[in-house]
Ligand binder design. Structure first.
Ligand SMILES: *Cc1c(COP(=O)(O)O)cnc(C)c1O
Length: 248
């Protein structure tokens, strides 16, 4: 891109980000909540490291990615940028295949999509190795992805199995249980889905008081998510524009 295109892109992102922040503030006000309780997590999958840098310059310090090896490559490029000095936190929000775990634990601070004991065990072991060889320091923060529908293809642990998986993650030495995540079923009423998720979250909080994060809400449904207690909205399209149509 030429310099003029670069400037146009940065301006587009700046105004889109400001519009999303305004939307978030209004949603919090309507829900009687303090906007400081809700983290905006820009989702940068499919977009280049230069867009991440633009968001960083606009004050963002946490980002969501969902695909390997795209994320590893982009994050290495972003980290090599000498203009970046502050600590940035990376979130893996997409479905995680077990053969991608080794590379993901080198960059992810938080994984939002843990939905099985098998995946939790694979992550726990890989984080142990990465801590031993110095490629990461702390434990991995984990959110359990809860399935609110009956289609197992979309990922997520069934509501009946959430308690057992939460106990398993809490007992894993290299994992820290931080909360829940969900994507409402296609064609569902988001208010109904998020209301149910809030009930499940309250149940988990009884046994795991540190599991305070509720990752819920995207471009299309963030207002409903905030009405039902979301503490983290994952927003891609409204900030960076349309992605190519590939399911991710
Ligand atoms: C891509 C993605 C998002 C962002 O969705 P938008 O509708 O573009 O805001 C949020 N959550 C997950 C899990 C995603 O994969």
């Amino acid at each position: 891109m030429g310099r003029r295109d670069d400037t146009a892109r940065r301006n587009d992102i700046a105004s889109a980000l400001a519009a999303v922040r305004t939307r978030l503030d209004a949603a919090c006000r309507d829900a009687g909540r303090d906007p400081a309780e809700v983290v905006l997590l820009p989702v940068t999958k499919f977009f280049p490291a230069s867009d991440v840098r633009t968001l960083y310059d606009l004050g963002c310090r946490e980002f969501g990615e969902s695909r390997e090896p795209e994320a590893s490559t982009k994050i290495a490029e972003f980290r090599a940028d000498s203009g970046v000095v502050d600590v940035v936190r990376w979130h893996m929000i997409g479905r995680l295949q077990r053969n991608k775990v080794r590379s993901v634990v080198r960059w992810a601070d938080t994984v939002h999509s843990v939905d099985s004991v098998r995946l939790a065990d694979t992550l726990d072991a890989a984080v142990g190795v990465a801590r031993d060889d110095g490629t990461r320091s702390g434990p991995l923060e984990v959110l359990l992805q809860v399935s609110l529908d009956t289609d197992p293809a979309r990922g997520g642990v069934a509501v009946e199995e959430v308690d057992a998986l939460a106990a398993h993650v809490a007992a894993s030495p290299n994992l820290a249980l931080r909360g829940l995540m969900s994507v409402p079923p296609v064609d569902s009423d988001p208010d109904q889905a998020f209301a149910w998720l809030a009930v499940v979250h309250a149940g988990v909080l009884r046994d795991h008081p540190a599991a305070t994060v509720l990752s819920a809400g995207m471009t299309g449904d963030l207002e409903a998510a905030i009405r039902h207690g979301s503490t983290c909205v994952r927003v891609g399209t409204a900030i960076l524009g349309q992605r190519p149509i590939i399911s991710a």
